[in-house]
Design a protein around this ligand. Structure first.
Ligand code: ADP
Ligand code: MG
Length: 848
């Protein structure tokens, strides 16, 4: 309680010190309005009362803070604070609009405290996560390069046996013309623990689509049929969540190109195996690298578009090794041997076979494997063009079956893989070794092989049900903080990797360099105080714009370089987006502080902007807060699209509009009406306005006396286009003499702004708006990503009777003995008449 009360008083005192010191008192109405009207109406200067009597508000000596704010303060004046100089308050009053919040001490204190607490929390969290991330990096560096002893990869890898069964699975997508296109048609099969199932078929036959459906990753389209995990049917979302804990090797490899193979595995292990000790993780990583033949490339960079790294085959193996980290019960692999030489492919498939022997369920798609590899597979599914099954059964019987159907003629020594793919090709022109093209899909529909598959599925399911449905639990999400630490450690490892050190140095150096160049450009001496005021104002405008731009230049490429990996890891359920978002915030926030301090320090040292203590604090706070808020906006825009070019353009537009419409470069009234919203809508506008006001008002370096003011008026008289400035200066001159002539000193900064016809002074309100903007943008980013995830999953189950053109293969045992080659429609009609209604809709979801 006691400390709470103290912070309250400290916060209030700090804010009042800042606000009163910069003389932002808003009570006095804007006198320059008349001048503005006159200027707009084209009234000549001579027509204006140059020596008009000061309006009643000039009687500022009797005003107190209480009267300025229009109501009595609830607490007495804080002793020790410098009372505001009435004259300066008047000058500020000429410029400053009433700050809606500043007039309430309670609100003011709440804003300052709220923003301060938020800032402290962000920075404290950032320090904590940075500390943990550095610790993790140290741990990873300390682990020996080689595991002391390479035990068998399979030792101690326990898994719950998992069986996938699928019957009459159909999958449709909508084409651009709005028609429904069947990608998979009545696909039935099973993948049991211990089996190594291979899916083969020509390109475009639906292998990847089938794997996506089995892994719960099919995002859109419509499906029908039965898909069971351990004989249990689950709703789509539940099935997807359950399958997230299983392994899936994508057809395309996505990695962060500036990490080494070892680092990639180390960070993946830290993410996927949070409960294991660093030593245990390291041992698993080393064994996997060894098993996947990546030991020699462990310290090679992955590379990619910008530079060449490991080979394509090594990338494939790394993808597999990454998925094997968790020793998944089910491992689905999409063309794992693509890009590998024959020997490496064989080794890899042997590795998979080893996993299968220990009870893992392995399903892989493959293209024309060598005979030794074919001999390793336990089951084979052949997919014909159009997503029809041409064969499912024992791999060793596949060629025999094709020979029986007369789709191939036996050629001694021929590669079974080639024979199979040739048999699936219906093109009469292709080399078929003397055999005629056979529609294998149609033949399979009515073959005993299909019946055997159906029986096998039923037996498997019955067996599993008898033993009781093996409960499957969903993947445990990585703890938010752990995920943040690993993500940050990975980012730091990339950023400060030997090859990126120069880049990091240049990135940091560029801020120092650009700030120095900027400050040097404004280091010149001015002949009068108005020139000085103008110079400082221009420096502040450029510095504020630069601080925002530099965030954009550094953060946006960072976000986009991680996008594909982020998508891959989120799909695998490694962490939630909120961890990533908080991680970006904790890296970007200290950067905003650093950049601000560098830029402003140059200004204080070289340009001579006001370095008065409270002003320094207020200026820095506004800069940092706006930079952080701007980072949040950029993050939001970056996640609105996956098109980096579009994001760059939109952010550039936002920066540009904010810089132009702030009311300093162009008066608010002159801004094209369609973009006037940006005056209040762009947060950099607040930074520019508030920073300029903080610096210009009551700046000791910008004090002038009445004589200097007279000289200015003389100069302005010869500039017919500066009637408004002349009028302002004249009014001030009058006040000067009304106040006692040349003993008065004037604030040239305030007058410069008044002469520009510029007015705005929402100090506290701006601070609040920037803070709220920060929170809202981060929250919106989170909401956006949740929405995008939610909307991207548009997979619908359709009732069986709505389907069109499917040829049903899986219920032949109860159906007609249609002759091989019977038309698909004939088979379909008979099948539909006899087959039981779609079980998927009847089977109640069994909770695991
Ligand atoms: N969203 C989609 N819209 C239209 N066609 C699609 C879509 N997704 C896949 N396809 C088509 O489905 C077929 C099977 O694709 P895929 O499963 O990737 O084939 P495979 O992995 O066997 O090469 C291809 O002809 C492909 O063009
Ligand atoms: Mg594919």
């Amino acid at each position: 309680m006691c400390s709470g009360g103290r912070s309250w008083r400290i916060g209030l005192a700090l804010l009042l010190t800042l606000c009163i010191h910069v003389d932002c008192n808003p009570r006095v109405p804007r006198v320059s309005g008349a001048g503005g009207d006159a200027r707009r109406d084209g009234v000549a200067m001579e027509d204006h009362p140059q020596h008009r009597a000061p309006p009643p508000l000039w009687d500022v000596h009797s005003l107190s803070y209480r009267q300025y704010c229009g109501k009595a303060p609830e607490t007495p004046e804080i002793p020790g604070l410098r009372p505001p100089d009435p004259m300066q308050r008047m000058q500020a009053g000429l410029l400053v609009h009433k700050d809606p919040i500043f007039c309430s001490r309670r609100l003011t204190a709440a804003v300052v405290l709220g923003n301060t607490v938020l800032f402290v929390v962000i920075m404290a969290a950032s320090c904590y996560v940075h500390g943990k991330a550095l610790l993790l990096l140290r741990q990873l560096r300390r682990c020996p390069a080689q595991a002391v002893e390479l035990e068998s990869l399979y030792e101690n890898t326990q898994c719950t046996p998992q069986t996938i069964t699928f019957s009459r699975l159909c999958y449709y997508v909508k084409t651009s013309s709005g028609k429904r296109k069947a990608i998979l048609s009545d696909v039935s099969g099973y993948c049991a623990p211990g089996s190594l199932v291979s899916i083969m078929g020509p390109s475009g036959s639906g292998k990847t689509t089938l794997l996506n459906l089995l892994s719960g990753r099919a995002k859109f389209g419509e499906y029908s049929g039965q898909l069971k995990l351990n004989a249990c049917t689950y709703p789509v979302n539940k099935y997807r969540a359950l399958m997230k804990q299983q392994g899936y090797v994508l057809q395309t490899d996505y990695f962060l190109e500036d990490l080494t193979v070892r680092q990639t595995m180390d960070f993946a292990a830290a993410m996927k195996l949070p409960c294991k000790s660093p030593e245990a993780r390291h041992s698993i990583v080393c064994r996997l690298l060894n098993r996947c033949g990546l030991e020699s490339a462990a310290h090679n960079l992955i590379g990619g578009v910008t530079f060449k790294g490991i080979s394509g085959g090594q990338r494939r193996r790394l993808s597999i090794a990454e998925q094997l980290l968790v020793s998944p019960s089910i491992l689905l692999l999409d063309e794992p041997t693509s890009g590998l030489d024959g020997t490496s492919s064989l080794k890899l498939v042997r590795l998979l076979k080893g996993f299968a022997r220990r009870g893992h369920t392995i399903v892989t798609t493959i293209h024309q494997p060598r005979p030794e590899i074919m001999a390793i597979f336990t089951h084979l599914m052949l997919l014909a063009t159009g997503g029809h099954v041409a064969y499912f059964g024992a791999a060793e019987d596949a060629v025999g079956y094709l020979v029986r159907t007369e789709a191939v003629t036996p050629v001694p020594g021929a590669n079974p893989g080639d024979v199979i793919i040739d048999a699936l090709d219906l093109d009469p022109e292709s080399d078929r070794r003397g055999a005629e093209p056979v529609d294998l899909a149609a033949v399979y529909c009515t073959s005993p092989q299909a019946s055997a598959t159906t029986r096998a599925i039923r037996t498997l399911c019955a067996d599993l049900e008898e033993r009781g449905c093996v409960p499957v639990s969903a993947k445990r999400q990585q703890h938010l903080c752990n995920a943040m630490v690993v993500l940050l450690a990975r980012r730091l490892a990339r950023k400060y990797s030997p090859q990126n050190r120069v880049k990091a140095l240049l990135n940091g150096g560029q801020v120092v360099l650009v700030s120095a160049v900027l400050a040097l450009c404004f280091m010149y001496d001015c002949s009068n105080k108005f020139g000085e005021a103008y110079k400082q104002m221009m420096f502040i405008i450029l510095a504020a714009s630069y601080v925002c731009i530099v965030q954009y230049l550094i953060s946006v490429p960072e976000l986009f370089s991680e996008r594909q990996v982020l998508n891959k890891e989120r799909e695998s359920g490694d962490y939630r987006f909120v961890s990533y978002l908080l991680m970006t915030m904790s890296t970007e926030s200290p950067r905003a502080v650093l950049h601000t301090v560098i830029v402003l320090a140059m200004g204080w040292l070289l340009v001579g902007i006001d370095s008065d203590g409270p002003k320094v604090l207020a200026q820095t706070a506004m800069f940092v807060w706006t930079a952080m808020s701007f980072q949040a906006l950029m993050c939001f825009i970056s996640f609105c699209t996956d098109n980096s070019g579009l994001a760059y353009s939109v952010i550039f537009l936002v920066v540009g509009i904010g810089c132009v419409t702030n009311g300093l470069l162009i008066e608010y009234e002159n801004v094209f009406f369609a973009i006037q919203w940006a005056y209040y809508g762009c947060i950099q506008s607040y930074l520019l306005r508030v920073s300029v006001l903080i610096n210009m008002l009551s700046n000791p370096a910008l004090q002038i006396d009445c004589n200097e003011l007279s000289t200015v008026i003389q100069t302005l008289r010869h500039r017919t286009n500066r009637t408004h400035a002349l009028q302002e200066a004249t009014v001030w001159h009058d006040v000067c003499f009304a106040e006692g002539g040349d003993r008065k000193s004037f604030d040239a900064g305030a007058l410069t702004l008044a002469m520009m016809g510029w007015s705005d002074g929402w100090f506290v309100t701006s601070f609040l708006i920037v803070g709220v903007h920060l929170v809202v943008c981060r929250a919106l980013t989170l909401l956006l990503m949740s929405l995008r995830t939610y909307l991207s999953f548009k997979l619908h189950e359709i009732p069986r009777d709505v389907e069109e053109g499917s040829r049903s293969p899986a219920h032949v045992e109860e159906g007609p003995s249609a002759a091989p080659g019977a038309s698909a429609d004939q088979v379909l009609l008979t099948m539909e008449a006899r087959s039981p209604p779609s079980p998927i809709s009847e089977t109640p979801p069994t909770s695991p």
